[in-house]
Design a protein around this ligand. Structure first.
Ligand code: ATP
Length: 587
């Protein structure tokens, strides 16, 4: 029997009312089990609060004022009244819940989905009016509960507290086999599309998931690096390895399908339009007609051979004025991996094989946009250190050492790749990426901005939770604090968000949305924070934390530093301070 919108809304309500992970998985598992072959992918996207996988740029494009108009039209409530309620409640879904009747027309989920899709897809002149009219028409047929969640999806604020990891657990549960979890995750890592993973499972079972492989056009979730602090440690861990410069720009995954080139950011956003010189260079420089490559894009001055600092390079991540920026900040893409070429998936191949294939594929002639990242293969700590020093002298961040026999570990942070950064010995070896979950008003000077410090959390992937690790009160300029308050106020919520675990209660809670890099001196044990508590009363905390840079647009909340990494950093730091100091890199 077809799944009704009422059943979906009831499940969403049950999810909203619990904070217990096991219960969430059970509710979601039952919902997914009740969806049929045609519904399953769409139901998964709706649970994610969207209509398509995140890498497909489909936006509703409706401001709150237009949504209010649609709600007023649908209910007959005067627009001013709708707006006043929205002001008071801060969420149009809740307003719809107050104004719509308890029972709707009994629409099926597929019908609601298709109509929402049609609204999002409307474009061109007069589109806004058409969107409002169609949304009003849809709302007229929905019950209070259905309308509440439908409007939240349109507003991009479903906020059920369900992350991708929970959906993967629920999919395995819905098939009645927890053993499928690993296969589902593999499929998700290779295709970045939970709806597709769900559909494959339903249509073809475990075998379908097993057969799934990468294909150009679908971003692969990036392989990530662990950190260590010296060449000796790296060599002890992975032996003879390939050492590459660590460029400080932004990661790009390049997909070529014949004449079409698509570029994806680290957070899998389609950024094809933003880097025309990269897209144009691909057909010129790449032998393979179909391919997936990975590299780091850096601002580079060809006249002097100088790399531009990250703050400058990052100005290229914009949607307007692209041609002008291309002139002032030319880019080079340093390609470091090949995942697919002309029918052959390379992910499972050892790095040495991928590198050889990459060298065959890429015509990296002098002065071109795509360059092959240099690579030194060595087992010698002195040679390794020398290479590191050369890179730092050229203004780079350090190096990434890669295990020669390792496959490409999509979506995972492993010791197959190890980053070694130039760092100040007084500080932690690396910055920590914190998700902001709230802010405190603060006293004195800062109080006049209405924001004094930020509550930062790290991610616990096993539990799909954000656990707090720092109260961050420095690192931003006055202007920075003002802008931060603005950004956080836009995602403020009245209660602690479902996935956040915190002992501290900030003045304002925020939906976990924004990630910032935080530099700290040390990691200490602390009862004030929940990171890594694992049943005990003491968690881990950052000492003297300060924000570095600005909100990291390339990271989703789940891409923040994990609790496991905090434990690793804690151990690294202890280890480091009990050893004689290694020689400082030449800078
Ligand atoms: P991560 O991407 O690991 O979460 P991050 O974005 O905070 O971390 P770093 O920890 O500084 O960045 O280092 C990893 C990043 O370094 C990669 O994601 C990639 O963008 C970049 N990078 C630069 N050069 C290389 C290289 N040669 N090989 C792999 N990654 C590289």
């Amino acid at each position: 029997m077809a799944l009704t919108m009422a059943a979906l809304a009831a499940a969403f309500q049950a999810l909203e009312q619990t904070r217990r992970r096991g219960e969430m998985v059970a509710v979601l598992g039952r919902l997914l089990a009740s969806a049929d072959m045609q519904e399953i992918a769409r139901v998964v996207y709706l649970c994610q609060g969207r209509l398509r996988p995140p890498f497909e740029p489909l936006e509703f494009g409706l401001q709150a004022t237009l949504m209010s108009r649609a709600l007023a039209e649908a209910t007959g409530c005067p627009l001013e009244e709708v707006q006043a309620r929205y002001q008071r409640l801060g969420d149009l879904g809740t307003v719809a819940g107050e104004l719509l009747p308890p029972v709707g027309a009994g629409l099926r989920v597929l019908e609601v989905y298709d109509r929402l899709y049609a609204i999002a897809a409307l474009s061109g002149s007069g589109a806004q009016g058409g969107k409002v009219a169609r949304l009003a028409e849809l709302l007229r047929q929905l019950s209070a509960l259905e309308g509440r969640y439908t409007l939240r999806i349109v507003q991009g604020q479903l906020r059920l507290g369900v992350g991708d990891a929970t959906i993967l657990d629920a999919l395995a549960a819905s098939a009645g086999d927890p053993g499928l979890r690993a296969l589902l995750e593999r499929c998700y890592n290779l295709g970045s599309d939970l709806g597709l993973a769900a559909q494959l499972l339903r249509e073809q079972g475990a075998e379908g998931l097993r057969r799934f492989s990468v294909c150009p056009g679908r971003p692969v979730r990036p392989a990530l690096a662990q950190r260590l602090t010296s060449p000796e440690e790296v060599l002890r861990r992975i032996g003879r390895c390939q050492v590459e410069p660590k460029y400080d720009g932004f990661r790009l995954q390049v997909h070529r399908l014949g004449d079409t080139v698509r570029l994806f950011s680290r957070s899998l956003e389609d950024v094809s339009g933003q880097f025309p010189e990269v897209a144009q260079a691909v057909p010129r420089q790449l032998q393979a007609r179909e391919a997936i490559l990975e590299g780091e894009a850096v601002g580079y001055l060809p006249e002097t051979g100088e790399f531009l600092p990250f703050q400058v390079t990052s100005q290229r991540r914009r949607k307007h004025n692209i041609a002008a920026m291309q002139e002032t900040i030319p880019l080079r893409l340093f390609v470091f991996d090949l995942l697919y070429a002309d029918g052959e998936a390379y992910l499972e191949c050892p790095l040495s094989v991928r590198r050889e294939a990459l060298e065959r594929c890429l015509r990296a002639t002098e002065g071109e946009t795509l360059c092959l990242s240099p690579a030194l293969v060595t087992a010698d700590a002195a040679r390794f250190q020398e290479f590191f020093d050369e890179m730092v002298a050229e203004g780079l961040e350090g190096v990434v050492a890669k295990r020669l026999d390792s496959p490409y570990t999509a979506g995972a942070r492993s010791y197959n790749w190890i980053k070694l950064k130039r760092g100040y010995r007084a500080e932690l070896a690396d910055t920590v990426d914190c998700v902001l979950v709230g802010y405190l008003l603060g006293r004195g000077q800062r109080a006049r901005f209405g924001i004094g410090s930020l509550l930062g959390a790290v991610y616990n992937p096993e539990r799909d939770r954000f656990e707090t690790v720092a109260k961050i009160g420095s690192g931003l300029s006055d202007e920075g604090w003002r802008r931060m308050k603005e950004a956080l106020d836009a995602v403020a919520v009245p209660h602690r968000p479902a996935r956040v675990e915190s002992v501290l209660v900030p003045d304002v809670w925020c939906e976990p949305r924004y990630v910032v890099a935080v530099q700290a001196d040390e990691i200490t044990r602390s009862p004030q924070h929940t990171a890594g508590r694992d049943g005990s009363a003491t968690g881990y905390a950052l000492r003297f934390p300060r924000v570095v840079g600005w909100i990291r647009e390339d990271k989703r909340p789940e891409d923040a530093t994990t609790v496991g990494e905090i434990l690793d950093l804690f151990r690294l730091r202890r280890h480091e301070t009990t050893r004689p100091e290694p020689p400082l890199p030449v800078e």
